[in-house]
Structure formats: C-alpha cells, structure tokens
Design a protein around this ligand. Structure first.
Ligand code: NAD
Length: 420
C-alpha cells in the first residue's frame, strides 16, 4: 500500500482545500507544507545469531509553531521518509484540532519488531534513542508509541535518554509504563477516544451505540482497545482483523475472549484463533462488510479508489492515521458516508500523552478518573467544533477539522513572523 499511494499527497490535498476556504493566498500558508527538520540515521547492530544488520531510521519534526513537536515512533518494515513526513504533519494538525499545545513530529525504524528477540528490541531502542537524542527533549520533541512500539519500549527509551543526560528525564517521552512516569489510562486512551467519537457521531445521527453493528480493522494497541470499549458499550462487533486475516460473526464476536487470546503472546495472530460460529474473511472483505460503523485501525491507504465504492458502512471513524486516500474520500463523500477524520477520531492518545507530560513536569500523579473525565471533555469539545464548522461551511467533517487545524497552525506561524 505504501508504495502505490503517497500519504503526503492526501495531507496536502485537504490542507489546500481548507486554506482556500479560509481565504489564504499560497504565500500566506505555504510554509505549513514543509517539515521544519528531518533526521535520518543508520542503526548498526549485531543480531542474536551473530549476523550484522543496519536499520534505517528517522525522526521528523513537521512543526513546532504551537509547541514542542509531539508524535509516535513506528517500528514497521515499510517505514520510509515519505510516510514519516506525512505522519508528522498529521500530528501537527491533530494537536491543533484538539487544542493541545504541541506541534507535530514522528519517528520510525524500518524493522519488523515481531521478528526480533526481546534483547534485540532493547538494543535497537537504545541505539535509536542515542541516534536521535540531539534533536529531541521535553521542550523540543516528545516521542510516544505508535505501530509496533509499546510502553516497555518507551520505558527503555526514557532510561536511555535519561542516562545520556545523567539524570531522570521522565517527560522526554510519553506512553511509558505505570511506575516509570506513565499515566493511568494512556495505554487505552486512543481506543477510548475512538469510542467517544463513535458515540458522538451516532448521537448526531440519532442512533444509539447499543445493538449498532461495527467492524474494526487492526487489533493492535488502538484496534483492540477500541473493540473492547465498543463491545462494553453494547455495540455488536461483528468483524475484527489483523495483518493475518479477519474474523466475522453475524450476531457479534466475543471480544473479551479474542483479546485474552491475543494478549497471551505478542506473536499471536487471528488466523490461529478458534471459536464456534466464526468465519475467516480477508481484510478486504472486512472493510466491505454491511455494518453501520467501520473503524479502520491498522495502517494508511486501506480505503482507496479500488474499494471505496464497495464500502457499505454508513459511518467511518478513522482510528488509524491516514486510512483513507483523498480520491477515496471524495467517493465516500458522494455516497453520503460520514467519515470522522483521523486527526479528530484518534486524538485521545495524544491528549492523554499531554496529560502524562504535564504529570511528569508537576511530579503530581493524576487519577484515572481525572484522566478519563478531562479526555472526555476535550474529545467532546473538539467533536462539536468540527461538526459545527463543517455544517456552517457545508463541507465534510475532514475539511471541517482542517479548517480549525490549519488556521491554528498558520496563525501561530504568522505570530512568529514565518511569512515576513
Ligand atoms: P499496533 O502495531 O499496535 O497494531 C497494528 C495492527 O494493525 C495489528 O493488529 C496488525 O496486525 C494490523 N495490521 C498491520 N498491517 C496490516 C494490514 N496490512 N492489514 C490489516 N491489518 C494490519 O499499532 P497501533 O498503535 O494500534 O496503531 C494502529 C494505527 O493507529 C496506526 O495508523 C497508528 O499510527 C494509529 N495511531 C496509534 C496511536 C497509539 O497511541 N498507538 C495513536 C493514534 C493513532
């Protein structure tokens, strides 16, 4: 997918559209299309079997206009500069639309973490942290987990950065384990925010969560927490998938049992899961199920010109970053499908990362109740803002989200004299 589609083109297409509605001339917003800083590094490493490998890795800061760069670290074989640039830009607009005082950044290592031993993963994380240490820091750029990375990896990251600085720097990274500066509720925050978004959009359409059908693509950190919350809210989760395949059950899957199976071993895949009444389907079939709500929670470009016409859900809530290409977006819009964009729908993770950063600065522990309540208020406010501006301008929710986000980032750039 990453080769066939250019996620950056999707970002700039919607930024241009929003800028034109906002009345900006090209020379009043063009800087927003350039990452402020890009770092590419090589990570040489001896593997457990004695072989020697060099991994390519990146840290890209799209914007620091509104605050320190903020964004995850991805460990995935398809990581490349173009993808990391797009992911960094989405982070700037995501932080802007939910109004957390951060800019946007992203990092990644081209590696399949499922093929590494625990020791190899530890050494790779240490070496990556050392390599990007000159450009990151709690006031400059604060990483977090993304595809293929975990709280444990964030713990190793924090330890390495702290040793380089000869004292604990807890707030150099978020998504850390509890007890190592992590905040309660961060692990499931993106999924919880997606659930709140599903609730918000269904309420606008006069529907309830209870009994409404949903399919979730991707059963990693975000997809599994999302499926769990939606199940607990009474939704009928009829399909879920991971990289290996999808599973389907018309009257609803037993999500707690599936999650228990996946939790037993990080290498467990759905293709080996067994339960009565389930049917194995492909990821393509999962996206085309006749469900009320579809939640793509895997990778970019999954909904594209080849399948957009076949989507039967009436609502799509983007838990993944960039799951819909811009051409597909137009097709979905023409079909009258509501698409709640990634920069709004999956912002729960960065919002709670912001709370974690604040917690570390103040050295005052937040309760989970406070995390959930504050997250709820921010997700609801952001959703209302996007819904209202989209209706006022008769545009899609994605364009509405970018009207808010682009204005906030560009206004900050103007305030700094970027266009003088
Ligand atoms: P993860 O690595 O924990 O899980 C990814 C899931 O997607 C796995 O189940 C994997 O098997 C599946 N997958 C991978 N390739 C696939 C393919 N080609 N087809 C179908 N399934 C595939 O990653 P995650 O942290 O859950 O992130 C998922 C998405 O959510 C990404 O787009 C990420 O950028 C975005 N996101 C993550 C966070 C976060 O806090 N982790 C926050 C916001 C957005």
């Amino acid at each position: 997918m990453a080769d066939k589609y250019n996620p950056l083109e999707n970002v700039w297409a919607v930024v241009d559209k929003a800028a034109s509605i906002l009345g900006y001339q090209e020379n009043e917003y063009a800087a927003v299309k350039y990452p402020e800083r890009e770092l590419k590094v090589a990570i040489p490493m001896v593997m457990d079997d004695g072989s020697f490998r060099v991994f390519e890795a990146y840290r890209i800061q799209h914007s620091t206009a509104r605050g320190p760069a903020k964004g995850g670290i991805r460990f995935h074989p398809a990581v490349n500069q173009n993808e990391v640039e797009a992911l960094a830009a989405w982070m700037s607009f995501k932080c802007a639309v939910v109004n957390v005082p951060f800019g946007g950044g992203k990092g990644g290592v081209a590696v399949d973490p499922r093929k590494l031993s625990e020791r190899e993963l530890f050494v790779l994380t240490q070496k990556y942290t050392q390599a990007i240490a000159p450009v990151i820091g709690p006031e400059e750029d604060i990483p977090a987990p993304d595809v293929g990375t975990t709280p444990q990896i964030m713990g190793w990251f924090m330890d390495t950065y702290s040793k380089l600085n000869t004292h604990n720097v807890l707030n150099c990274v978020t998504g850390k384990p509890i007890g190592l500066g992590g905040i309660l509720g961060r692990g499931s925050a993106t999924g919880r925010g997606v659930m709140m978004t599903v609730n918000n959009i269904l309420a606008k359409l006069g529907k309830k969560m209870e009994g409404t059908s949903v399919a979730v693509q991707g059963m990693g950190n975000v997809g599994s927490a999302t499926a769990d919350f939606l199940y607990r809210e009474g939704m009928k989760v009829v399909g879920v998938s991971d990289v290996s395949c999808g599973i389907y059950k018309e009257d609803g899957l037993n999500i707690p049992e599936i999650l228990e199976y996946l939790k037993q071993d990080r290498k467990n895949l759905l293709k080996d899961y067994r339960a009565e009444g389930i049917t194995f389907i492909t990821n393509e079939e999962l996206l085309e199920l006749a469900v009320d709500v579809l939640v793509p929670a895997a990778m970019e470009n999954m909904i594209n010109v080849d399948n957009a016409d076949k989507i039967r859900a009436s609502v799509i809530v983007e838990a993944a970053n960039g799951p819909t290409t811009s051409e597909a977006d137009e097709i979905l819009d023409c079909k009258g499908i509501y698409v709640v964009p990634d920069i709004l729908a999956n912002a729960g993770g960065v919002i709670v990362s912001y709370f974690e950063w604040v917690q570390n600065i103040q050295a005052y522990l937040w309760t989970e109740e406070r995390v959930v309540e504050t997250l709820h208020a921010m997700m609801d406010d952001a959703f209302k803002g996007v819904w209202d501006i989209a209706k006022e301008n008769s545009v899609s929710l994605r364009t509405g989200a970018y009207l808010i986000a682009v204005k906030r980032v560009v206004t900050a750039q103007h305030g700094r004299g970027t266009y003088l």
